[in-house]
Design a protein around this ligand. Structure first.
Ligand code: 2P0
Length: 319
């Protein structure tokens, strides 16, 4: 096959990935746990072409510079695996509204891993595909997997994501601020590891937290998983804020949402908040409580509801 199209969705971590054991092959310092969303897919077509250079088109615009370089480095790895040298055209349509503040690197590199490996004639199993996506962006390893995924720390061979069973959860995503963040997660992760005195405690505690979260998943203990999710996110932000120079992603509006979620819990609504490397807040709840969460949080920010979604899939290529 010389052309392939694949689609993948973003994921939000319940136990976060924040820090690398190895930057070259993108091995995480700790494992993480996530929900793949059913909204905002990224669709990528990779076509082998008779050209001297790779071509990268994102939402209709040809890209040069760092975005293209990162895609070319990824294609170089696929070519190494496939023992090929021919160039490719990569056409990506990303539907994450920039206003939603969700990163597109997870869905983007998951879709690219599937499309590129197929176009270059590699038939990868799920583990190998997740390991490949990991090299593009750590969190992309998890977007290969449907619904809920655990991404393991360890060696290159060990560090893939695989499915886990979890209690029924939906997510209310609150957009607090859609502007591009001041410090990218890749840079902030590195600064945290290099300068935050809380980083070693973050790594040690998160390894234990992941074990507890997996236990909560196995026993279907939603309340335990919810508490773990909120605590783990706040610990990550504490470690980030401990960097020098300090980085602060959460704004007063983010904290207002955390407060509203705590208030909802006080009223008997099961809801827990998490936030990534930016001010937006995601709130998990069982399906029967999602409407109450969306209504309360919707008074503070724009909200959209996400449910557990599909893993990466090949699609028909148009034209
Ligand atoms: C996560 N984040 O677990 C964490 C929580 C953001 C906050 O994974 O350098 O874009 O490409 O491996 O995957 C964002 O980091 O970083 C991220 P790279 P990535 O979802």
């Amino acid at each position: 096959m010389t052309v392939a199209t694949a689609r993948a969705h973003p994921n939000i971590a319940l136990v976060k990935y924040w820090g690398k054991a190895d930057a070259a092959s993108n091995l995480p310092a700790t494992g993480s746990l996530s929900m793949t969303l059913d909204i905002f897919p990224t669709t990528t077509t990779v076509r082998i072409v008779d050209r001297d250079l790779d071509r990268v088109v994102f939402n209709g615009a040809e890209r040069e510079g760092t975005v293209r370089d990162r895609v070319v480095r990824f294609l170089d790895h696929v070519r190494l695996l496939a023992g090929r040298e021919d160039r490719a055209e990569v056409i990506t349509e990303n539907t994450v509204p920039s206003a939603a503040g969700l990163a597109s690197s997870a869905s983007g590199f998951a879709a690219l891993a599937q499309a590129a490996s197929t176009a270059y004639g590699l038939a990868l199993d799920d583990r190998s595909l997740s390991r490949l996506a990991r090299r593009g962006s750590g969190s992309a390893a998890r977007s290969v997997i449907p619904r809920f995924a655990v991404w393991h720390a360890g060696s290159d061979e060990q560090s893939f994501a695989e499915p886990v069973q979890a209690p029924p959860i939906e997510m209310v995503i609150a957009t607090v601020d859609a502007r591009e963040k001041a410090v990218s997660s890749r840079d902030a992760m590195q600064r945290t590891a290099m300068t935050s005195p809380f980083y070693p405690a973050w790594v040690t505690s998160t390894a234990q937290t992941l074990e507890s979260a997996l236990e909560a998943c196995r026993s279907g203990d939603l309340e335990r998983l919810g508490r773990i999710t909120e605590t783990n996110a706040l610990r990550m932000h504490a470690a980030i804020q401990g960097s020098d120079p300090s980085i602060r992603y959460l704004t007063p509006r983010s904290w207002a949402i955390f407060d509203a979620v705590a208030q909802l819990r006080g009223e008997g609504v099961l809801a827990w908040a998490t936030a990534d490397a930016g001010p937006n807040v995601c709130v998990i709840s069982p399906p029967e409580h999602t409407a109450a969460v969306a209504e309360r949080i919707g008074a503070l920010a724009d909200v959209v509801i996400a449910r557990p979604g599909p893993g990466v899939r090949l699609q028909e290529t148009d034209a």
